[in-house]
Design a protein around this ligand. Structure first.
Ligand code: COA
Length: 154
């Protein structure tokens, strides 16, 4: 992997060495694009995002985690003036609950704060209990609530 993208090396809760890397959309390695697409597909199938929504990723930035040369997690975002909109945070199914997202969040917060970010925002499905809990723990507050009324026709 490209040494210039390396932000740091951390240890997860299972004692695995985790490389934390950064890249911009223009330089996304194929494996990272593939990881993002797979995770987005899983999110769709879990019913945790809008049925027909696939985000535009132009101009995005990505912090990602690598264990033994395998991409295991990412946070992707775009800048909107001095705010940051998170597109996706995701960790490989078999690497979850071992603190990888927590490591990514630490590097993400440091990076956007030092770049002058005013606030970050994201959208989380109401049934995505785990991500809602993590968001609260990492400082997010609920701001808007999307209301849907379903008719028998649907
Ligand atoms: C959400 C997701 C990214 C979390 O990644 P992860 O690496 O498993 O998370 P971590 O192990 O770093 O956990 C971070 C914190 O979340 C908390 N947490 C973990 N699992 C939890 C659960 N099931 N419920 C509530 N909180 C939980 C932990 O308390 C942990 O903090 P702690 O270490 O201080 O205890 C991962 O589950 C995932 O990829 N889910 C599918 C994609 C998704 O839903 N993304 C969000 C879209 S908006």
């Amino acid at each position: 992997m490209d040494e210039e993208s390396l932000l740091g090396v951390e240890t997860d809760k299972n004692g695995n060495s985790v490389e934390v890397r950064f890249c911009r959309y223009e330089n996304m390695p194929i494996k990272l694009t593939a990881f993002f697409v797979r995770q987005w597909a899983d999110l769709l199938e879990a019913g945790h995002c809008t049925e027909n929504y696939v985000p535009r990723i132009n101009n995005s930035r990505i912090i990602y985690a690598v264990c033994n040369d395998k991409i295991v997690g990412l946070r992707m975002w775009v800048w909107e003036h001095l705010d940051v909109r998170i597109i996706l945070s995701a960790v490989d199914q078999s690497f979850r609950n071992q603190g990888i997202l927590k490591i990514i969040i630490k590097y993400f917060d440091d990076r956007v704060i030092s770049a002058g970010c005013n606030k970050t925002f994201t959208t989380i499905h109401a049934n995505n209990d785990k991500m809602l809990e993590i968001a609260k723990k990492s400082g997010f507050e609920q701001h808007m609530i999307k209301m849907i009324k379903v008719y028998n026709n649907s």
